[in-house]
Design a protein around this ligand. Structure first.
Ligand SMILES: Nc1ncnc2c1ncn2[C@@H]1O[C@H](COP(=O)(O)OP(=O)(O)OP(=O)(O)O)[C@@H](O)[C@H]1O
Length: 378
């Protein structure tokens, strides 16, 4: 049984189709990411899956339970961690968990055991009796993730789990998320604006745009769709590179090459293994090389390509205007050169955040705290 099965789910708001007839599955034990620009429909999709918002059409199951007809069972099967902090700063970490354990109807023994387990899992055992007000941002985030796990849900939804955290704390939080996915076997669905986060954490990523899933695969497979790695050779002097270009033209593995100032950019299938060939070709052509740079496609390239957010004519390499396409090998023109390389993060900032309540509040079925309520609990 899959953790989640989505079947033709659709949501319309006054003529706006926020989620458009989506069907996909999240496998048990999978760490699945929803990545998309603002307004893509991620929050609306999640809110339907956690039964906070009724679909206009279609349905889904979470842990085998239908989100339309078995809301209580769905809610018992899932944990949700929203991005807005909802901890009592005056209570200790353990007291915060105890409060929620009571909501889940856990008895005293189960509560004590589960709190210990969860605090260990999120690395807060030593700070369990400290007031949450003294915790760092990362510790609070981990406590919230732990709280979402108290009732041992089969599926955990994390809404922008590292928004607002510094780079170091973000990395630490990734480790905890991976650990609970691997050690506790929890299926995880996370939404994120951080492309790097989706790339690093997720087994599979769905890129959402305009209510639709425009691509869904492992980060590696998504990057492979961009058509190859880019190797940049910088020439040592003003040697005439024509002989090198002639040689490149004859190589089956050279998809495309472009002359740049004092060098050449070559698109190849497997950059690592082609560097030696390129250096040898240059040597044969009498062109001396001063540096070699391998640039592999990033998930950001895929994201920008698919969500069409790249400014026309811009070059995220910072080399716009300086390049001259010499020739493509056959018509196998790769997209890597057009898409730029690992540049800056596409304008995503820590302040970009999912609005999981406001805009949808008119139709939200229930408040969030009751989304994991004691409904259906013993
Ligand atoms: N309650 C609502 N009423 C009308 N339109 C809504 C409502 N909730 C969402 N929308 C619209 O549905 C679309 C998808 O919004 P949604 O919040 O799901 O996107 P998102 O991908 O989560 O964006 P963000 O990353 O900015 O949070 C947007 O056009 C949004 O304006």
């Amino acid at each position: 049984m899959n953790a989640i099965n989505v079947d033709g789910i659709t949501k319309e708001f006054d003529g706006v189709t926020a989620v458009d007839d989506l069907s996909f599955a999240v496998e048990r034990g999978e760490l699945f990411g929803l990545l998309g620009p603002n307004g893509a429909g991620k929050s609306t999709l999640i809110n339907m899956l956690v039964t906070l918002l009724p679909p206009s059409a279609g349905t889904a199951t979470v842990n085998g339970h239908d989100i339309r007809s078995e809301r209580g069972a769905v809610r018992s099967s899932l944990g949700i961690v929203f991005q807005e902090p909802a901890l009592d700063e005056e209570l200790t970490g353990a007291e915060n968990l105890a409060f929620h354990s009571r909501l889940y109807g856990q008895d005293r023994t189960e509560r004590a055991e589960r709190i210990d387990e969860v605090l260990t899992l999120v690395g807060l055992s030593a700070e369990r009796d400290d007031p949450v007000g003294t915790y760092s941002g990362g510790m609070k985030r981990r406590l919230e993730i732990g709280r979402g796990l108290l009732h041992e849900p089969a599926v955990l939804f994390l809404d922008e789990p590292t928004v607002g955290l510094d780079a170091r704390t973000r990395r630490d939080t990734w480790e905890y998320i991976q650990r609970l996915n691997e050690e506790a076997g929890v299926s995880i669905v996370l939404t994120t604006h951080y492309i790097e986060e989706a790339d690093h954490l997720c087994d599979r990523v769905a890129i959402v745009d305009d209510g639709d899933i425009v691509a869904m695969d492992s980060p590696t497979a998504l990057k492979a769709t961009l058509g190859g790695d880019v190797v940049v050779l910088e020439f040592a002097s003003a040697d005439d590179p024509t002989a090198l270009f002639d040689r490149l033209e004859g190589q089956s593995w050279s998809r495309e090459f472009t002359a740049v100032d004092d060098g050449v950019r070559v698109t190849v299938d497997d950059g690592d293994s082609r560097i030696a060939d390129l250096v040898r070709l240059a040597d044969d052509a009498g062109v001396r090389i001063s540096s070699v740079d391998l640039r592999e496609p990033t998930l950001e390239n895929v994201f920008l390509e698919l969500t069409d957010r790249s400014a026309a004519g811009s070059d995220r390499n910072g080399t716009a205007g300086g390049d001259r396409t010499v020739m493509a090998s056959g018509d196998r023109k790769g997209k890597a050169l057009e898409s730029g390389d690992a540049g800056s993060a596409g304008g995503e900032t820590a302040s970009d955040s999912m609005d999981s309540s406001g805009r949808s509040s008119g139709e939200v079925d229930d408040d969030r705290s009751s989304a994991v309520s004691t409904e259906d609990q013993p």
